[in-house]
Design a binder for this molecule. Structure first.
Ligand SMILES: *[C@@H]1O[C@H](CO)[C@@H](O)[C@H](O)[C@H]1NC(C)=O
Ligand SMILES: *[C@@H]1O[C@H](CO)[C@@H](O)[C@H](O)[C@H]1NC(C)=O
Ligand SMILES: *[C@@H]1O[C@H](CO)[C@@H](O)[C@H](O)[C@H]1NC(C)=O
Ligand SMILES: *[C@@H]1O[C@H](CO)[C@@H](O)[C@H](O)[C@H]1NC(C)=O
Ligand SMILES: *[C@@H]1O[C@H](CO)[C@@H](O)[C@H](O)[C@H]1NC(C)=O
Ligand SMILES: *[C@@H]1O[C@H](CO)[C@@H](O)[C@H](O)[C@H]1NC(C)=O
Ligand SMILES: [Ca+2]
Ligand SMILES: [Ca+2]
Length: 463
């Protein structure tokens, strides 16, 4: 609305000729819009008619005066001024309340007219608006939205990876203790649980000793016990283990832990029946009938890891053949080789250390022993007969061809080489001459005690 001052200024202009006045109006900037030609013409024509001119001027004044631009309005600083034909209007800007002359900031935070998600942000009132300020642990996403910061994925966490793992949640994260670690009280860090001290272990005190480790513990086997798989319980895995850990030494089958399986195996504890090998805890590996072909030199039984009649491995000096998992699963430092011919049992000891008997034989490579032909002959007794030369003894003893061979034993030849051996004493034998798989064979090519084909029951044990 035009005020009094404006009206006084305007009325003084009316005294001047229209052209001049129009110029004045422009110069003074009262009406920034210059009059158009049509209006000038009208004013010229009507110059002499004061009444009419005043009328026209009033029209011009009204139409050209923009109170909003001239500042001749009383709208509030926080209002929009809108020029109208006869006047102007004041409208409070968005975010303000009032009639336009008086405008007051709306506190959206208090009135609840905001879009801030209370879970992730806080409303902050500003002049004319408001802000959603992200809560701790949240980051801005869009104008009014905040989302959780995944500290675990972005690596902005300080969880120790060994003892804990990062768990993300809205607004923060937490280091959850891994298995084997715990938090004492309100501590942030996870520390190793000493299972051995707290008694939270399952080590069998008889066979093992608890040892604390970071994040876990282990049961270290005591002397005489072993675990074929590290995390398994310590058990007796050989007859020697049992011999060393028990007072009563009975020759019979015991449960042994072989290749992590519990199997009954005959243990030779006391020095009865077996001759030179004596006692001390011999573990049965094989029983071979020299009349049968199962343990022929070329049989897979020497190279594979499959048992053969394992149920008959619970006794010793009988006539049933067997091959037990102890062939590939039992380490030893010595081998007992025994042969039974009729009622006579003879045995010899081979001092040889290996992770298994299988490891000495299965690959087919010759491995020597150093017992002497005389010692090998004691397995047979007075009847033993061998040619005088070659004398190759040990594991996988054989010539280049299909003459006498022995998986464990000695081969002889009449020539001074090992090309065509025609005699042998041993286990897992075959080739010219004869058909036995365990015992003594000698062809009539200058053997030292005549031609022989002695088929024995053979027994192989390890300790
Ligand atoms: C954290 O430890 C786990 C096993 O506990 C492992 O698989 C992972 O690679 C480790 N991560 C880092 C970053 O070291
Ligand atoms: C602990 O080991 C010994 C020897 O192997 C065994 O005789 C005993 O039964 C075991 N005790 C338990 C609770 O398993
Ligand atoms: C070890 O022995 C304990 C009892 O002494 C038994 O509870 C546990 O299952 C055994 N663990 C294994 C792997 O054999
Ligand atoms: C070995 O097997 C043969 C053939 O089956 C049998 O006749 C013989 O009695 C067995 N030998 C012994 C010592 O048991
Ligand atoms: C075998 O024993 C003899 C003496 O008994 C020794 O001279 C020889 O070096 C030994 N050979 C091996 C391979 O041990
Ligand atoms: C040869 O064998 C016979 C039986 O055939 C035996 O009586 C004798 O003692 C043996 N001789 C030798 C030198 O081994
Ligand atoms: Ca988070
Ligand atoms: Ca621990």
């Amino acid at each position: 609305m035009a005020d009094m001052t404006t009206l006084i200024v305007i009325s003084s202009f009316i005294m001047f000729p229209a052209v001049m006045m129009a110029q004045e109006v422009v110069n003074h900037g009262v009406c920034p819009v210059p009059m158009n030609k049509e209006e000038e013409e009208i004013i010229k024509e009507q110059e002499k008619n004061r009444e009419q001119m005043e009328e026209i001027m009033r029209e011009i004044e009204i139409s050209c005066l923009d109170e909003c631009k001239t500042g001749l309005h009383n709208c509030h600083d926080d209002a929009y001024c809108t020029n109208t034909k006869l006047s102007f209007t004041c409208t409070c800007k968005p975010g303000y309340n009032g009639d336009g002359v008086n405008c007051a900031d709306i506190n959206e935070c208090e009135t609840g007219k905001h879009h801030c998600d209370a879970d992730t942000s806080a409303c902050y009132n500003t002049k004319g608006s408001f802000k959603c300020v992200c809560r701790f642990g949240f980051s801005k996403k869009g104008e009014h939205k905040c989302t959780d910061i995944n500290e675990c994925e972005t690596g902005k966490h300080n969880c120790d990876n060994t003892s804990s793992w990062c768990y993300n949640f809205g607004g923060s994260f937490w280091c959850l203790c891994r298995k084997g670690y715990s938090r004492s009280g309100l501590e942030r860090v996870c520390t190793d649980i000493n299972e051995c001290e707290t008694g939270k272990h399952n080590c069998n005190a008889t066979s093992s000793l608890c040892q604390n480790t970071k994040g876990s513990f282990r049961c270290a086997c005591r002397k005489g016990y072993s675990a074929s798989v590290p995390e398994h319980n310590c058990t007796v895995s050989s007859c020697k283990d049992i011999y060393d850990t028990t007072l009563k030494h009975e020759n019979k089958a015991y449960l042994l832990n072989v290749e992590s399986k519990q199997i009954p195996v005959y243990c030779h504890m006391e020095a009865a029946e077996l001759g030179a090998c004596g006692g001390g805890g011999w573990t049965l590996v094989m029983k071979i009938n020299g009349s049968k072909s199962a343990f022929h030199y070329d049989s897979k039984l020497w190279t594979d890891k499959k048992d053969h009649n394992p149920s008959t491995g619970k006794s010793l000096l009988d006539h049933q053949e067997t091959k037990l998992p102890t062939y590939w699963g039992t380490p030893f430092t010595k081998i007992c080789l025994a042969m039974k011919i009729g009622h006579q049992v003879n045995s010899i000891v081979v001092n040889k250390q290996a992770i298994s008997l299988h490891s000495l034989i299965a690959d087919g490579y010759y491995r020597s022993t150093n017992l002497s032909r005389h010692t090998w002959k004691t397995l047979i007794g007075q009847q033993a007969s061998l040619q005088r030369n070659c004398n190759q003894e040990g594991f996988n003893a054989r010539g280049p061809g299909h003459h006498s061979r022995a998986r464990i034993g000695i081969i002889g030849n009449e020539q001074n080489d090992c090309d065509t051996p025609d005699s042998r004493i041993g286990f897992g034998t075959s080739g010219y001459p004869g058909d036995n798989t365990c015992g003594n064979t000698a062809a009539l090519h200058q053997p030292d005690n005549g031609s022989k084909n002695i088929k024995a029951m053979g027994y192989i044990l390890v300790q």
